[in-house]
Design a protein around this ligand. Structure first.
Ligand code: CP
Length: 338
């Protein structure tokens, strides 16, 4: 992200004041020069654009909002466009909730069928138009790279709310936030279980964890392993990545188990999906002997990979994780629009 001037400043002031920030970050018009000088300072596209101190800054800001340290009308003159070209419950509604909590408003495309996308309008044109309506655009899109492309055409900040099998940076921030509420992220053992090939939450989280000296244990059904280029990138970043065939090999060593569903919508055909469907499931029996503080996270929705009986164990933290989407997205919206 490269926001040298804000990185590491922490939030030791009322978030509404931003007095530690340079003038260019205190108002929308002032960010124009940043937009031209360094794209990724302005948009939230990929975890690759972030340094650790940027993540920590945003997590600190989210913590401030979570503890009620914000003015309810901080974004009262702001409007965000929620452009969701793919289904969503949590991301879309928590961005809307975050905007409402800060006194802002939103407009949205609620279904592709009800928009001019079905008439063949390009993403570039849609983004150009929405840039004239709103102060920021939150985009979910089925194509990897769509958010980056949108940022090239937008004249307002773009937040990537998930681009195909690419990235989901706001999800990663709330994942880190949830972990950080219980334990330091540094040096922990994290297991990523599930569809690591198509799972954008897994890709983003792995890249973020590489900034915290964590050891990553990947457990995926055959054919759904973490893409080799990402594993290589993680190792080049100094991360210890250990691949496992069965979650039971490593479950008792983990501090965090991050479960993901198989991304059925990204499979080329239903036969290849059914080959791997139901190939893993976390049950209470499986959890015998795990660390007392084990956290089980899941970006949700789940589709059978966590037995609902696990919800009643102390390890289940995924609903709390989903709830943390609101303060984290409040921090992101505040950061890009004010
Ligand atoms: N975690 C997540 O992205 O959920 P939604 O698809 O419901 O937004």
């Amino acid at each position: 992200m490269g926001k040298k001037s804000i990185s590491g400043c922490g939030v030791n002031h009322y978030p509404g004041e931003k007095k530690d920030l340079p003038a260019s970050k205190r108002g929308y018009s002032g960010t124009r020069e940043i937009l031209e000088g360094n794209h990724t300072m302005y948009h939230i596209i990929s975890i690759r654009d972030f340094e650790r101190r940027d993540l920590d800054y945003l997590l600190d800001l989210a913590q401030e909002f979570d503890t009620g340290n914000y003015r309810p009308r901080m974004l009262e003159d702001k409007l965000v466009a929620l452009l969701f070209v793919e289904p969503s419950t949590r991301t879309r509604m928590s961005f809307a909730a975050a905007m409402a909590r800060l006194g802002g408003r939103w407009i949205s495309v609620d279904s592709v069928e009800a928009s001019s996308i079905v008439k063949g309008e390009t993403l570039a044109d849609t983004i150009r138009v929405l840039s004239g309506y709103a102060d920021a655009i939150v985009l979910r899109h089925p194509k990897e790279g769509a958010a980056r492309l949108a940022s090239e055409f937008a004249t307002v900040p773009v937040i990537n709310a998930g681009d195909g099998a690419g990235q989901h940076p706001s999800q990663t921030l709330l994942d880190l936030y949830t972990i950080r509420q219980s334990m330091p992220v540094d040096g922990i053992n994290v297991g990523l279980l599930g569809d690591l090939r198509y799972g954008r939450t897994a890709h983003s989280l792995a890249l973020a964890l590489s900034l915290y000296g964590t050891t990553l244990h990947t457990i995926a059904p055959g054919g759904l392993e973490m893409p080799a280029n990402i594993t290589l990138e993680l190792r080049e970043r100094g991360m210890k990545v250990i691949e496992h065939e069965d979650v039971q090999e490593v479950l008792r060593d983990l501090d965090v188990l991050y479960v993901t569903r198989i991304q059925r919508e990204r499979f080329p055909d239903s036969a290849s999906y059914y080959n791997v469907a139901s190939s893993y499931r976390i049950t209470p029996d499986l959890l015998a002997g795990v660390k007392d503080h084990l956290m089980i996270l899941h970006p949700l929705p789940r589709a059978g990979e966590i037995d609902p009986a696990v919800d009643r164990t102390p390890y289940a933290r995924y609903f709390e994780q989903a709830r943390n989407g609101v303060p984290v997205r409040m921090a992101l919206l505040d950061e890009v629009m004010r």
